[in-house]
Design a protein around this ligand. Structure first.
Ligand code: C2E
Ligand code: CA
Ligand code: CA
Length: 270
């Protein structure tokens, strides 16, 4: 059309079609109660006690089974559905924490991931305050995880949002740290409580290697700025030991506990 043409491959058609179909299903997923949260422990290094849990979103698709967030969060972002889904996540995480506490379980905090769109949406502050209030959860028990890239994109705006949130009393974790482009000048001013070292630095961690030097530098930075430093993606005892030795405050990963549904998490904790 319009004096233009483009080449069209059946495989492109299939990819686009699948994405469209999945997006349509995503629109109904909330109403159909197809979402759930899995929880993964964050432990004080080397092996506990429990510092908190990270809530990770799961989509139970009626035909495709469990769909992982890397597949549908981008679609949710593109369509704006992330705002409604994100609100559900925040509320569900608070509800679950309150329920665990009512059952006598000691879970110090719950961490929730915020996407870039969510983080910049004007309604975020109100949604968080409402979720805390509705579930009787103190702000200090909620941690918001935003990626370093999100935090450093338009740093002045991020700073203003984070200041307001931290005045509310929630914790702020800078996720995937080391993969973005932090301005140290801004990092110094960010009211964050935690740096989370990206699992890319943990994967090939060996004593004396480059990644160990980078991890040490991040830990030193965290100390200077008075931030807790947690490593994610800890899959082996060797990584657990080395990260502890390097001075990581907390650890998270398959080796210490895989993400699982709330009931299973409660059973494991007991
Ligand atoms: P993330 O925030 O970096 O979350 C950690 C991811 O690493 C999770 O994948 C978790 O299951 C996985 N993981 C945990 N331990 C290990 C380990 O030892 N080794 C390896 N290889 N992986 C480990 P998951 O649940 O598939 O989530 C992927 C991403 O999707 C998350 O990355 C986060 O960016 C996003 N996400 C998850 N839940 C939500 C949500 O509720 N809202 C938003 N906006 N994003 C979410
Ligand atoms: Ca995270
Ligand atoms: Ca991460």
């Amino acid at each position: 059309g319009r004096n233009a043409y483009c080449l069209f491959e059946p495989s492109m058609n299939r990819g686009a079609h699948e994405e469209l179909a999945l997006t349509q299903d995503l629109r109904r997923a909330l109403a159909n109660q197809e979402f759930s949260l899995h929880y993964q422990p964050k432990l004080r290094a080397p092996a506990g006690p429990l510092m908190g849990v990270e809530a990770l979103l799961r989509w139970h698709h009626p035909e495709q089974g469990m769909v992982m967030p890397d597949r549908f969060i981008p679609l949710a972002e593109k369509t704006g559905l992330i705002l409604e889904i994100g609100r559900w996540v925040i509320n569900e995480a608070c509800r679950q924490l309150a329920q665990w506490r009512a059952q006598g379980m000691e879970v110090p905090s719950v961490s929730v991931n915020l996407s870039a769109t969510q983080f910049r949406s004007p309604g975020l502050f109100g949604k968080i305050r409402d979720a805390l209030e509705a579930n009787g959860v103190p702000a200090s028990s909620l941690v918001l995880e935003i990626t370093e890239s999100t935090a450093m994109h338009d740093p002045d705006a991020s700073l203003a949002i984070l200041q307001r949130l931290s005045e509310l009393g929630v914790g702020i974790s800078i996720d995937d740290f080391g993969t973005g482009y932090s301005s140290l000048l801004y990092l110094k001013r960010l009211p964050a409580s935690e740096l989370k070292i990206d699992r890319g630095f943990v994967r090939d961690l060996v004593a004396g290697g480059e990644d160990a030097a980078i991890v040490s530098a991040i830990i030193a930075l965290g100390r200077t700025l008075n931030l807790a430093v947690i490593a994610e993606g800890v899959e082996t005892a060797a990584q657990q030991d080395l990260l502890t030795e390097l001075g990581c405050t907390s650890l998270q990963g398959f080796h210490l506990g895989r993400p699982c549904p709330a009931t299973e998490f409660a059973a494991r904790l007991a």
